[in-house]
Design a protein around this ligand. Structure first.
Ligand SMILES: *Cc1c(COP(=O)(O)O)cnc(C)c1O
Length: 394
């Protein structure tokens, strides 16, 4: 298996983790083309995740904006409310085949932790979630959800007490118990083989778009847009179209309060090459290579790096990555709610904003597909606060 995407990726980990990573790679190589594994996963996608997810024509948005047709890939309708479940199902099945009895994972806002705890309950696996102390305090509801599902949640108070620290601590704990435990990475980041495995379990999104759009419009998309944190929903919808050079691939990065402030998470726009979390990629770092604190109101995009395959797609010019601020994401969040009656995740709203910008510039026969990576129920409270609305007083 290829461990790099151009110069990006690789395995920058201590010796103690190498064996565990090799074990996962070998198991994955054994099962990925195994017909039983493939049919079991297909059944889980259908029965548990609710796949295939709908390709929805955003008719009102298209009419109002004018220009290209807008379609939404409805990952928000999956069980647990986002694309995260696709990857969790795939890796959980792999862990089970490997004979593991316990799952470790990291989570930021709690979306990946909740999806993992959900499927761990189904698979009767012990589940231990590491979450930054700051995030535990901000996302109490998700902590309770995970506990309700039977998971143990550990608050990590090293560093800034956020996602990057949760990853560090989860990896540290994994080295102590990798015989029995599988590390279930939540995005296309970390050392090889995680970026490839997670991408392979998410690429179903783009594969479905291909046949769904063929049925509806008789063509491939002209533009595909997805938000990027680590980059799993993005690579999931891009991957099947990478060789179709005429399909424009666009990632929406979190620009927080603006890329010229210190409060953003726009890794491709402002980052540089470095090594962190076991991979070579692009990171927001100072001139000494120290990872900088990042900010976005969207917890899912609040990560100082990006998956190595995206770094490669950006460097080679195959995909482009554009910054979207908090204010612009909130504008799109409200817009989609009012025009289509769909409340998007604040992460996905970053991608919606770019579609609102780009659609009017396109001819009527062009098609934009936006990955609606998750639903927005989790964000309603925060958006209300951002808009200055006090929910408790209404
Ligand atoms: C976690 C999350 C993201 C960001 O993660 P990626 O790996 O970049 O996809 C985006 N949208 C939603 C709804 C999420 O839960």
């Amino acid at each position: 298996m290829k461990s790099k995407f151009g110069e990006y990726g690789g395995q920058y980990v201590p010796e103690t983790l190498m064996e565990a990573l090799i074990e996962i790679e070998q198991a994955y190589l054994k099962y990925k083309d195994d017909s039983d594994f493939i049919s079991e996963l297909k059944e889980l996608y259908e029965e548990v995740a609710n796949r295939p997810s709908r390709l929805y024509f955003a008719k009102r948005m298209t009419e109002e904006l004018g220009g290209g047709k807008i379609y939404l890939k409805r990952e928000d309708l999956n069980h647990t409310g986002s694309h995260k479940i696709n990857n969790v199902l795939g890796q959980m099945l792999l862990a089970k085949k490997m004979g593991k009895t316990k799952i470790i994972c990291e989570t930021g806002a709690g979306q990946h932790g909740v999806a993992t705890a959900t499927i761990a309950a189904m698979f009767k696996m012990d589940c231990h979630v590491f979450m930054g102390k700051e995030d535990v305090e901000r996302q109490g509801l998700n902590v309770f959800r995970m506990e309700l599902l039977g998971a143990k949640v550990t608050a990590v108070d090293s560093g800034t007490g956020t996602l990057k620290d949760a990853v560090n601590e989860a990896l540290r704990q994994w080295t102590r118990e990798c015989d029995t435990t599988y590390y279930l990475m939540g995005s296309v980041v970390g050392p090889h083989p995680f970026p490839t495995i997670v991408r392979d379990f998410q690429k179903v999104i783009g594969e479905e778009v291909r046949w769904q759009l063929q049925e509806k419009e008789g063509k491939t998309p002209d533009v595909i847009i997805a938000c990027v944190g680590g980059g799993s929903n993005g690579i999931g919808i891009f991957y099947d179209f990478i060789e179709n050079k005429e399909v424009e691939l666009i990632g929406a990065e979190a620009a927080g309060q603006g890329v010229d402030t210190n409060y953003h998470a726009a890794t491709i726009t402002k980052g540089s090459n470095g090594i962190f979390h076991g991979m070579k990629s692009k990171f927001l770092q100072d001139s000494y290579g120290k990872i900088m604190p990042v900010y976005s109101m969207s917890a899912g995009l609040d990560y100082p790096g990006i998956g190595p395959e995206h770094a490669y797609l950006a460097e080679s010019g195959r995909a482009k990555y554009l910054p979207v601020t908090d204010a612009e994401a909130v504008e799109a969040f409200e817009y989609l709610s009012k025009t289509e009656g769909i409340i998007p995740a604040i992460e996905s709203a970053h991608a919606i904003f770019l579609a609102m910008k780009i659609a009017p510039e396109l001819d009527n026969d062009k098609v934009i597909v936006v990955n609606l990576s998750g639903r927005g129920d989790k964000d309603v409270y925060q958006v209300a606060r951002y808009m200055g609305v006090d929910i408790n007083e209404q």
